[in-house]
Design a protein around this ligand. Sequence first.
Ligand SMILES: [Zn+2]
Length: 567
Amino acid sequence: MALLLLAFALPPFLRAQSHHAQSKAAADLLIRDAKIWTVDKGHPTAQAVAVLGDRIVAVGSNDEIEAWHGARTRVIDASGKLLLPGFNDAHVHFVDGGLALDTVQLNDATSADEFARRIAERAQGTPKGEWVSGGEWDETKWNPARMPTKELIDPATPDTPVFVSRYDGHMALANSVTLRLAGITANTPDPPGGVIVRDAQGNPTGALKDSAMDYVYRVAPPLSHEQRLKAIKRALAHAASLGVTSVQHMNPEYADIAVYQELLQRGELTARIYAAPLIPGVDDQVKIGVRHAFGGPFLRIGALKAYADGSLGSATAYFFDPFTDQPNNHGLLSDEMHPISLMQDRMMRADVAGLQICAHAIGDQGISIILDLYGEIVKAHGESDRRFRIEHAQHMAARDFDRFAQLHVIASVQPYHAIDDGRWAEQRIGHDRASRTYAFRTFLNRGVRLALGTDWNVAPLNPMLTIYAAVTRATLDGNNPNGWFPEQKLTVPETVEAYTLGSAYAEFQEGEKGSITPGKLADMVLLSDDIFAIDPAKIREVTIATTIVGGKTVWDANDDAIRKKGH
Ligand SMILES: [Zn+2]
């Protein structure tokens, strides 16, 4: 005991370096009696872990780890619960998510009337000059399903601008006030990469697809600093409660990154952020001279998000062949791809600068074109460890799996979309194409690395829903209890690995996090139940008991103080 106390009195930098048994330092935190799945191939399971500062220093049995127990060591007795590395969500829209936690909720509306009623209620409580936005509506959940129009909401919103998004972010509905503000009339042309949906007379219905939404974004009031800060704090608390310890923020505005920096300096960042601003701004990062993963453990930049196409739900994903249910439509390339050489130039500049490219591509031809562009980059600049990513990689052409692997492209996928879109995807693209949809197993078999995420707020941030989706592929409508294209199911260990180490690899951080390994950052989650042992159908009910980031508890289901701070 005396020796341990002596060791504890040493300054931290000496403690961290003293590996000699007799002068072994005392840990700041011990977790014992856990069932640990480390995601470390060398030592897949363990019972206890010791943390010094923000790092894991030892992983082993209760007895082995007891040697790190000092007088001031905080001890968590896990009572046999499952301990995993913290989840790393490789694709989120963190500010949108934080905002959505406090906007009109339309996603679970079951009819057009309910949709209209909720917007009317929200408009009543909205101060003059502010907009009603967000929403995440999904008309496929309505009975009967039909595309909403401005007539549904105009009567209740004569003075309030309304611009509510479809859940996939590729379509939104404006009321007449908003159309007027945006200057959209029957004479307004469709912009490249976008559609103004029109009625039989050619008048706008209020629904705007993809880049047509920019007409409205141009006139919408920007978020205030205060609104942005609040949204991010709400998002951080939500992430902590769900065991998400790292997020990769796609399409942040620069002002979002400034808020992260502010929270970091205040010590209030409770999740690690990797931010990938949109590729049209490539020269900003090029000029500064940052490369991929520039920054520190809590905040990194150096990636770029690009858009090849739209989404399946909005019928704007770009396919070789027309949609089965829309014979004259095979999707849209995004405005960034008009012309494709524009995208190529930007990608080339990014690559020369050492920036990482994360390209959204959903339709088979959209994916194929991005693979072409990635191939051109390798041809022009030679092989290097650049970790190209394709975000979503939803609908693969059969011949492109091998190319995906050869170019070492990471498939950044969101399994929840599979059980959501799986309800109707086959009607839209037919059986053959659907068989290569969310083809997680085929990717692994062909040697493609997976990074897992949610696309929050397009899908829920909860990792248990993602794991449930990947493991069961049971569509949300209950029509495929044994799995939609069950041959593409992942196992629980594969899913957990892709969600931790796989996502860390996708941000060049596999040496720093993604497994419970001595030397790595102490980001860990304790689960209410053992997802390896329970019926997979029950995984979606599992909750997070404790979330630890850098050795600090940022969420504890039983700690009222932490819970309150989080809300
Ligand atoms: Zn996204």
